[in-house]
Design a binder for this molecule. Sequence first.
Ligand SMILES: [Zn+2]
Ligand SMILES: [Zn+2]
Length: 261
Amino acid sequence: MSATTNDTSDPAARLQELIQKREEILRGGEIHSQLHQIKELVQKEEACVLEIERQRVDAIMKEYEEQHPLITEECPLCLEDIPMASNRSFVRFSCCGKGCCRDCNLKASIHKVKKCPMCRADIPTERKAIKQIKALAKKGVAFAQAEEGWKFLYGGNGYPLDVKQAVKFLELASEQKNPKAMRFLGHTLYEGKLVTRDVQRGLYLTHEAADLGNVESRLYLGKLYVLGNGHMRDIPKAIHNYTIAYDVNTTIKHKVGQHII
Ligand SMILES: [Zn+2]
Ligand SMILES: [Zn+2]
């Protein structure tokens, strides 16, 4: 609507007429009514977008869960079935090799429990824990081999950086299908910074760990499909992997670090 004024040479009269017109429009509520309607429409559109996204995620997760049944382990303390979705889902004790869920372990540490809740051994010092892990690894316990592997890989916490030892232990644990070991070994082989690069085996191990439910490997696949290094850039596959990782991540009891693309 265009404001019309009488063609008068009196600017004060013209101004008065314009002010009256503006007040009429505001009193008529036209602008407010339009804004209100637009706001309602935008809210409805946002709800639609969220619903479409939920349907997309549900379809991907339905297919994924049919192909990869969720691997769980019962926590002996709270008796909940804990999804083995992350390296950090389950805490293993170096004394006996048994473990419990992250929440139960947190409660135990808050209450400063001094004995292992499973075997009642004293909670070891860091040095003793390392010895115990080494002994378990020597016995062929997969989680202990994986621990040895990644600690040698990065060094620190009482371990020297020793890539040869790292690969040896990660290989042993990977043979036992330990997802954490496969994740670290796959990553190390694919990146090729510490060992001779082996893209094919690196990807194979990463896929296998991801298919065993390891969220960190699933996130890494998402990242690889985004970065791609030329040969495997595939944004739909990246979105697919990130979708699974983030959906699984919301079902487990803690957040895995998010990747910033
Ligand atoms: Zn528990
Ligand atoms: Zn114990």
